[in-house]
Design a protein around this ligand. Structure first.
Ligand code: FAD
Length: 341
């Protein structure tokens, strides 16, 4: 068969990294990204971009660990290269603090991040309301620069990118051989996935250049993540709320919570408020499906539903999606050679 034509729907961190993995592994493919929004208008642009995994209850832990490890290794290499600044990737050390000792003192990802250890008494003195803590170094993406860097890499490998809203995956069957669905929360409407729901998150991006260490409350709600240019203060987790409008009461609440962890933030300047909808699901939907109408078939690979942890696992799930695209190509090649016999 001729070079397989692959359409990737979605240009958030999942769509762009999936398109890149497909282009890197399938040199004979022609890859196109179709999306109604690109950076800076995706959920991925709003994210804090720290590599601390969120747990997906419906996905085996060893699989989640593998996705995280692959993502960490990939970004660690970038952070150690001359590309680091343009890609917005850097290593950041800090503390995760708990009011009560957690049941699981060693999370599954503790040997993937660097230098994981319990906090010392001297470190804990900084947090009088907390009794236990973990210190480690992890990676942080400045999200809009990272998305632009991915777009640049895609263009360099010959991937086309078009602004287009896809109403139904089937509409692509006459133009493409394989479709990859990376529509994030958009998959709720695009494929009618009722198991996918938004978890609204509001964050503040502030100028506080003295903040060099991250601080995260173990409940996951309050966090301070320094990036290369700005510090992200969070956050909220509001299940099933679709509103993208910032709420001023929430802004004050986030700011107060972060200042109680790090009082120097009272001096932060230039506060910008962002809202995004985490595409949440019991497990990431990473699977093949074959759509069929009137005897015509369209292989689809789904890769969406990364919830609160898309940055932490994106490269691992992108590699798996690219492998599934490889299986679809093998199946198409098998059926076209059988047809010739
Ligand atoms: P998106 O970025 O939403 O991209 C989906 C793409 O699909 C968009 O380009 C959209 O335009 C396109 N699309 C949708 N429907 C259609 C359609 N019908 N036709 C064409 N195109 C379509 N994760 C972490 O790992 N670490 C963090 O620190 C972190 N912090 C976060 C903080 C907040 C406040 C929020 C909201 C999220 C955070 N996340 C974090 C989670 C992370 O942002 C998401 O998991 C990730 O961005 C999901 O990426 P995505 O590419 O699937 O979705």
């Amino acid at each position: 068969m001729a070079a397989p034509k692959v359409a990737v729907v979605g240009a958030g961190v999942v769509g762009l990294s999936t398109a890149l993995c497909i282009a890197e592994t399938c040199h004979s493919c022609s890859v196109t990204v179709l999306s109604d929004q690109f950076s800076p208008n995706t959920t991925s642009d709003v994210a804090a971009g720290i590599l601390i995994p969120h747990t997906y209850p419906g996905t085996p832990i060893h699989v989640q660990k593998q996705w995280f490890k692959e993502t960490f290794t990939y970004l660690f290499a970038i952070s150690n290269s001359a590309e680091a600044s343009e890609a917005g990737i850097h290593l950041v050390s800090g503390w995760q603090v708990f009011k009560n000792t957690p049941k699981e003192e060693l999370p599954f990802w503790s040997d993937v991040v660097l230098g994981f250890r319990p906090m010392s008494e001297a470190e804990l003195q900084k947090f009088p309301q907390h009794r236990f803590g973990q210190a480690f170094a992890t990676l942080k993406c400045d999200c809009p620069p990272y998305l632009l860097w991915l777009e640049k890499r895609l263009k360099a490998t010959g991937v086309q990118m078009y602004t287009r809203k896809v109403a139904d995956l089937w509409e692509l069957h006459s133009e493409y051989n394989i479709v990859v669905n990376c529509a994030g929360i958009g998959a709720h409407q695009l494929v009618g996935d009722e198991k996918l729901f938004p978890v609204r998150g509001q964050v503040l991006k502030v100028h506080a250049p003295w903040m060099k260490h991250f601080i995260r409350d173990g409940d996951g709600l309050t966090y301070i993540y320094p990036g290369i240019h700005r510090v992200t203060l969070g956050g909220t987790r509001e299940k099933e709320i679709w509103s993208l409008s910032p709420d001023s009461g929430t802004t004050k609440d986030i700011f107060d919570r972060c200042c109680s962890l790090e009082p120097s933030l009272r001096g932060a300047q230039d506060i910008k408020v962002k809202v995004g909808l985490r595409p949440s699901r019991w497990c990431v939907r990473l699977q093949r499906e074959v759509l069929s109408q009137g005897g015509v078939k369209l292989p689809v690979v789904h890769n969406y539903g990364h919830g609160a942890g898309g940055f932490s696992v994106h490269r691992g799930t992108a590699k798996e999606a690219a492998r599934l695209v490889g299986e679809c190509i093998a199946a198409l090649q098998g059926s076209s050679s059988r047809a010739k016999l």
